[in-house]
Design a protein around this ligand. Structure first.
Ligand SMILES: [Zn+2]
Length: 205
């Protein structure tokens, strides 16, 4: 097991803070909502996740918690413990199931609207922006699944398993979305692309 040292964790924390400030400026992480994570190790699974209860536009590098595969906080020697978001459990589950190294969870209006409009999943096709999800702009249909919201991360994880079929995103009804990738850039680009795609689908009805 590679235990991250303080310097490594602060570097990840700085990256998560910069990403959170970006999403906050887009209105997707209002107040203390949403959370971001990065995988620190896979054996065992450890993730760095943004701290709970902090303004996501003003995170500092040390506003980062380390969690295990269940989303429970892990205390590391020499690192002050920080309370992780309650949603860290789903981040860890998504990383374990999909192999993602970076997970974004934001509360976008387009995700909420699209989940209300298409509760059985959102079909996207014939849009150039599908390339942001590493799919073809033509002759390809991407189905972004929708799951019902819950405060129980185990329940959400089960619902995720029932709908996951390879698309790098899931909408949570009345809540927001989770999007993931191999690193923070891919996760960011997919999140921004997805929001545009959902907005385009909603306008088209
Ligand atoms: Zn949330």
């Amino acid at each position: 097991m590679t235990v991250p040292d303080r310097e490594e964790l602060l570097a990840v924390g700085a990256r998560l803070a910069a990403e959170a400030a970006r999403f906050s400026a887009l209105g997707w992480m209002r107040a203390t909502s949403g959370n971001l994570s990065e995988v620190l190790s896979t054996e065992p699974l450890l993730l760095a996740v943004t701290a709970s209860g902090r303004d996501k536009g003003e995170l500092r590098p040390n506003d980062v918690a380390v969690v295990d595969a269940r989303g429970d906080a892990v205390d590391l020697p020499g690192i002050a413990p920080v309370r992780p978001s309650a949603e860290a459990g789903l981040h860890a589950h998504v990383a374990a199931v999909t192999g993602a190294r970076s997970v974004v969870h934001v509360h976008t209006l387009n995700a909420v609207e699209a989940a209300r409009h298409w509760p059985d999943g959102v079909l996207l096709h014939d849009l150039e922006m599908l390339k942001a999800l590493d799919r073809d702009a033509h002759e390809d249909v991407v189905r972004v699944p929708v799951i019902a919201n819950s405060q129980d991360m185990g329940e959400l994880a089960e619902r995720f398993d029932n709908v996951y079929d390879g698309a790098p995103a899931v909408l949570v009804a009345g809540h927001g979305c989770y999007v993931w990738g191999q690193d923070h850039l891919q996760a960011r680009w997919r999140t921004e692309g997805l929001d545009w795609l959902l907005g385009a689908a909603l306008r088209a009805g």
